[in-house]
Design a binder for this molecule. Structure first.
Ligand code: NDP
Length: 310
């Protein structure tokens, strides 16, 4: 037996919750599945200083709690669970945790994106055993208090996380693969000015070394001189960007080569009628909380018009 749903929202980041607020206020009876990372990527960030309306900033997790409260206040049915399977061939059918079948009139995809890793075998080994590899400084930094850590990446995430770690750890070494950062000037300045952050440009990771259980050092290579260097560290943080969480939709939705869903220009419509997309699942350009929230609002309005026309 499948459950009939008027408006299904998948994902609980700023896009999903904003879609839920609009859909609930429009009496669309939205049901929102939170996914494996309730609250989305913002739950792994520190201060959000650029979301309008918070002149003193707000922590990412606090912002997500507020958004959830607001979505609930208007009657969104917020559920735990992960959409594992979809079939858009005839109707809009989806399955929660492979078992519970949903038969939907409209679907808003707000599944966001997930952290990328380097792909080294040694990185995976210590990630899988919880031995010192992490893609979230805010979640795991505490475990490396007064210890030396290495972080890889040269974007805003890497700078933000390096700065966060510098307040906990005795030393943070940043590995940037080119001779310059990708990060904004203000973030670059912040890490450059921090005494216990050492920045190594033109440097890549060769191996995450350890004793079989925990990380003990990172073997690096200078990309110009080819010189190898072993940097003592108990933690290895990866901050090199994200992949969109769109795999389950691949057979049905148009996507670009990296898996970002392609929406109709100026709208959140996908190539399947009744399926809309918002947030980072369709956005490799802006990837901000405010833009995700904006497209969440658009998706709810598009879904409302679609349902009204049915
Ligand atoms: P980005 O894509 O902006 O940066 C990724 C970084 O990782 C780049 O320096 C890239 O190098 C490097 N990199 C990628 N692959 C590898 C690899 N295999 N080995 C080594 N290095 C690698 O991702 P971010 O997550 O930093 O940021 C995403 C978006 O979110 C951006 O728009 C950013 O501005 C925004 N953001 C904003 C924040 C804020 O305003 N507070 C905080 C965090 C993110 P290269 O440059 O050579 O490609």
């Amino acid at each position: 037996m499948s459950e009939k749903i008027n408006c299904l929202i998948i994902g609980s980041g700023p896009a999903g919750y904003t879609a839920a607020i609009y859909a609930a206020r429009a009496n669309m009876n939205p049901v929102l599945y939170q996914g494996i990372q309730p609250g989305g990527q913002l739950t792994t960030t520190t201060d959000v200083e650029n979301f309008p309306g918070y002149p003193d900033g707000i922590s990412g997790p606090d912002m997500m709690i507020e958004l959830q409260k607001q979505a609930k206040r208007f009657g969104t049915d917020i559920r735990n669970g992960w959409i594992t399977k979809v079939d858009f061939s005839n109707q809009l059918k989806l399955w929660v945790n492979d078992e519970h079948e949903l038969d939907c009139k409209s679907v808003i995809i707000s599944t966001g994106a997930s952290a990328k890793y380097l792909g080294l075998e040694s990185e995976k080994k210590y990630l899988d055993c919880g031995g010192g590899v992490s893609a979230c400084a805010v979640c795991d930094g505490f475990f490396y208090k007064n210890q030396e850590v290495v972080i890889v990446g040269g974007g805003d995430s890497a700078c933000e996380e390096a700065h966060y770690l510098s307040k906990l750890c005795s030393k943070v070494t940043m590995l940037v693969r080119r001779d310059e950062f990708r990060a904004s000037k203000i973030m670059q300045e912040r890490v450059k000015k921090t005494e216990n952050i050492e920045i190594l440009f033109n440097t890549s990771t060769v191996e995450v070394k350890g004793d079989g259980q925990v990380v003990t050092s990172i073997l690096t290579k200078n990309n110009i001189t080819e010189e190898l260097k072993d940097i003592p560290a108990t933690g290895f943080f990866v901050a090199i960007g994200h992949n969109p969480n769109t795999d389950i939709f691949k057979p049905f939705l148009n996507m670009d080569s990296t898996g970002y869903i392609i929406n109709e220009l100026g709208s959140t419509k996908t190539n399947v009628e009744g399926v809309f997309v918002s947030g980072d699942a369709a956005d490799h350009t802006y990837r901000q909380a405010i833009t995700a929230a904006g497209t969440g609002c658009m998706a709810a309005l598009d879904a409302e018009r679609y349902l009204a026309a049915l």
